[in-house]
Design a protein around this ligand. Structure first.
Ligand code: FE2
Length: 336
């Protein structure tokens, strides 16, 4: 009875959509992709905007009750979608030409997820006190020359867990541990509740340097034009800046629908759609051939939108063991 009721409710909700998508990103960001899909196929797509937590609960419940109406899922953090993969919920996306343009590491080798926008997690600094060229790498921020100068948000933040996990993948556990201990030893102020608070702390001179996702600074710069904080991509001389992002994936319980999914992917990865989605959040399009139309498209060491990304496999960064090791390192260092 419960299954029947659930199926009935879902039928009412989705009506006659040809593809159903659950998204923890705002559905309004995908207007261009949806319009293009409709124009090309004559078919309908429904994107249900839902928080990540609800999405996981809903998928788990629906799958255990015999089926989910979701064909595709859009999720905003590599720790979220590698988790869905680990739970066995995903199957390979059909290959589309745009996948060849996705930067290294931002598409799963088995195509169980593919990024379409990404962000960089790196340094901000107070101009006039710190010079851009002084900010080199994640390791360098652990050096005691930065003692009493660094601001960080909570270690429990998924952004920081993914960052530390990437350091484990790149340098090994021991070096990642040394870096994290160095950062904590260099703190200038109590741990901040979020990235915006880190930006405010640097702006107010409570600290000289902070680590944040680049789009928060872009958003705050628009909101507060007088803000006196600058962004710097780290590790440009050694391995590239840490990235994370938003990906699309196919639920393994989805009926075949290969042609529809392929058509939607083509629409999603069109230039107009990638520019629309990245502009909505000051993200970077996950394509080597499309740049952001917003001012972050000019960021980079040479102010031309060119910068080196870490290039590590997001599957590896999100792997259960690396993630668990990252949390253990951060907990031991007192970064809570
Ligand atoms: Fe965020």
């Amino acid at each position: 009875m419960r299954i029947l009721l659930s199926a009935l409710m879902l039928f009412c909700q989705f009506g006659f959509a040809d593809i159903n998508i659950y998204s923890d990103r705002d559905a309004s960001w995908f207007e261009s992709a949806v319009e293009q899909f409709r124009a090309e196929t004559g078919e309908n797509v429904i994107i249900v905007g839902i928080s990540h937590k609800e999405m996981i609960q809903r998928l788990v419940t629906e799958v255990s009750e015999g089926g989910t109406p979701a064909d595709l899922v859009i999720s905003k953090d590599l720790l979220y979608f590698t988790e869905l993969k680990r739970r066995g919920m995903l199957t390979s996306l059909p290959e589309v030409p745009a996948f060849a343009e996705i930067p290294q590491g931002m598409i799963s080798e088995d195509r169980s997820w593919a990024a379409f926008t990404y962000r960089a997690r790196a340094a901000i600094f107070k101009p006039g006190i710190v010079e851009a060229r002084q900010l080199i790498s994640y390791q360098d921020l652990a050096d005691e020359k930065w003692k009493g100068k660094l601001c960080l948000r909570q270690g429990s933040s998924f952004y920081n867990i993914a960052l530390v996990s990437s350091l484990i993948v790149q340098y090994g556990k021991e070096e990642a541990n040394r870096i994290v201990e160095g950062w904590v030893a260099n703190l200038a102020a109590p741990i901040q509740p979020n990235d915006r608070a880190v930006i405010a702390a640097v702006d107010e001179g409570k600290c000289q340097v902070g680590i944040i996702n680049h789009y928060y600074l872009a958003q705050q710069m628009v909101k507060f034009p007088e803000l006196s904080v600058e962004f710097r991509f780290l590790n440009q001389g050694e391995g590239g800046v840490h990235t994370n992002g938003t990906a699309i994936m196919k639920i393994n319980q989805s009926d075949n629908k290969t042609a529809q999914v392929e058509a939607f992917l083509k629409a999603l990865y069109s230039e107009a759609s990638l520019k629309e989605i990245s502009a909505a959040h000051y993200d970077f399009p996950a394509s080597t051939t499309v740049n952001s139309d917003t001012f972050v498209g000019q960021w980079g060491p040479n102010k031309d939108g060119e910068f080196l990304v870490q290039g590590l496999s997001w599957d590896e960064i999100g792997a259960g063991q690396n993630r668990a090791d990252a949390v253990a390192i951060m907990t031991d260092a007192g970064w809570l």
